[in-house]
Ligand binder design. Structure first.
Ligand code: RFL
Ligand code: PHB
Length: 389
């Protein structure tokens, strides 16, 4: 089998890239190691930058988002008994969009189904080969048969645990990592959100976040030790702890209900460089991971896809490969700025195990400074709504 771009990974990055290329007549085949249902049932990100929203519109998959997504003009930051608002609209002129990754992924798969795009689900032993030559190919097992796809390029959109990153030789690839000594326990519940905007709450018992998917579906998170397991947290224990960590007014009006999903995610910062090697290009979590505090993971996958899509267009339309040569440096530059923001926001909002009282007071002072400083609020808002592409 032959295609122009073989895309490994059917998460948001791979799906969006495939859809954008298709609209410009560039052919791709998608390989996904899980079932479609598994991919669609993963509860992950919920906040889209305007750049991501625009890219979804460009990809022709925004109809439901434009109808049901909820634009947010700001967020609340709470620390102890103080709470203040960061007004995105006033500080940057831009909102963010509440639209879940699950919905976005469903729309992208629907678009694939409509155009009968070729997807191999439940693939095994995916192996990108000869990517440093002009004739790369990918082998994999599907339904017990070995397949080979000859292609012009391989897009590695296979997430953090994928195989594509490792196809860049160890002598070339550099990896940078910071693990955080805590996780996020997330609960999804069919209850109205406690507040019309997100609340990020730094509390002496640990961080808490109140988020949402729509007017009747709430998403809440609690910082927890990585040793905790979801079975340790009954729904009641979760709600009690959330009430303790969020501002009193919110705690008093919080509507609780049974959790329809409960999971613990580790927090990690990671990136690899370069993000390309020969005819292999990495996009999204395959090249970088950020802690979720700044809501940047999915948005970075989208900005990588933006750069890569434009580089492919330049190559196929004008025969100009400069976009492909510059892809890694352009993508990494934006990734690192968003990574810095997610790292900074994580560090000021979370309680570290055995944290000296001094450090805790410095975190409080930093949040107090943001409360009182227009320029600090602008910095936060500018990063949160998304840096320019
Ligand atoms: P994905 O979504 O991980 O998709 C990669 C896809 O590749 C498949 N795959 C392979 N396919 C073929 N062959 C192989 N060898 C393969 N290996 C893997 C996988 O099955 C998968 O379908 O990466 P992508 O597309 O780059 O998208 C990135 C986003 O999904 C990610 O950045 C965010 O979801 C990160 N993230 C969050 N981001 C936020 O902004 N807010 C959040 O609240 C948030 N919560 C999360 C998250 C990531 C999590 N992970 C990765 C564990 C919660 C979790 C639990
Ligand atoms: C979410 O709604 O899942 C969410 C929102 C904001 C974040 C992280 C996660 O910073």
């Amino acid at each position: 089998m032959r295609t122009q771009v073989c895309i490994v990974g059917g998460g948001p990055a791979g799906l969006l890239l495939s859809q954008l290329l298709h609209l410009k007549g560039i052919d791709s085949v998608l390989l996904e190691q899980r079932t479609q249902n598994y991919v669609l049932s993963r509860i992950r990100a919920g906040v889209l930058e305007l750049g991501t929203v625009d890219l979804l519109r460009k990809a022709g998959v925004s109809a439901r988002m434009d109808r049901h997504g909820i634009p947010h003009d700001g967020v609340s930051i709470a620390c102890g008994n103080q709470e203040f608002r960061i007004d995105f609209r006033q500080l940057t002129g831009k909102p963010v969009m509440i639209w879940g990754q699950t919905e976005l992924t469903a729309d992208l798969y629907d678009a694939r189904d409509e155009r009968n795009a070729q997807t191999f689900f439940e693939v095994r032993a995916v192996n990108p080969q000869k990517v440093d030559t002009d004739n790369p190919f990918v082998t994999f097992i599907h339904n017990g048969t070995v397949h080979r796809i000859d292609c012009e390029f391989v897009a590695g959109c296979d997430g953090f645990h994928g195989v594509c990153r490792k196809a860049i030789p160890d002598t070339v690839r550099r990896e940078y990592e910071r693990a955080y000594p805590f996780g996020w326990l997330g609960v999804l519940s069919e209850t109205p959100p406690v507040s019309s905007e997100l609340i990020y709450s730094a509390h002496p018992r640990g961080f808490a976040l109140c988020s949402m998917r729509n007017q009747s579906l709430s998403r809440y998170y609690l910082q927890c030790p990585m040793t905790d397991r979801t079975e340790d947290w009954s729904d009641n224990a979760f709600w009690d702890e959330l009430r303790r960590r969020i501002p009193e007014a919110a705690a008093d009006t919080l509507e609780t209900g049974p959790s329809i999903e409960k999971s613990i995610a580790p927090l990690r910062s990671f990136f690899c460089e370069p993000m390309s090697w020969g005819r292999l290009f990495l996009a999204g979590d395959s090249a970088h991971i950020v802690p979720p505090t700044g809501a940047k993971g999915l948005n970075l996958a989208a900005s990588d896809v933006h750069y890569l899509y434009h580089a492919f267009l330049l190559h196929y339309r004008e025969g100009d490969s400069s976009g492909l040569s510059e892809y890694s440096s352009k993508a990494v530059a934006r990734v690192l700025k968003a990574m810095r923001f997610a790292w900074w926001f994580t560090n000021i909002m979370h309680l570290l195990p055995d944290q000296p009282e001094f450090d805790r007071r410095m975190q409080e002072a930093e949040i107090d400074f943001i409360k009182d400083s227009d320029s600090a609020q602008s910095m936060l808002a500018e990063n949160y709504v998304g840096l320019p592409y």
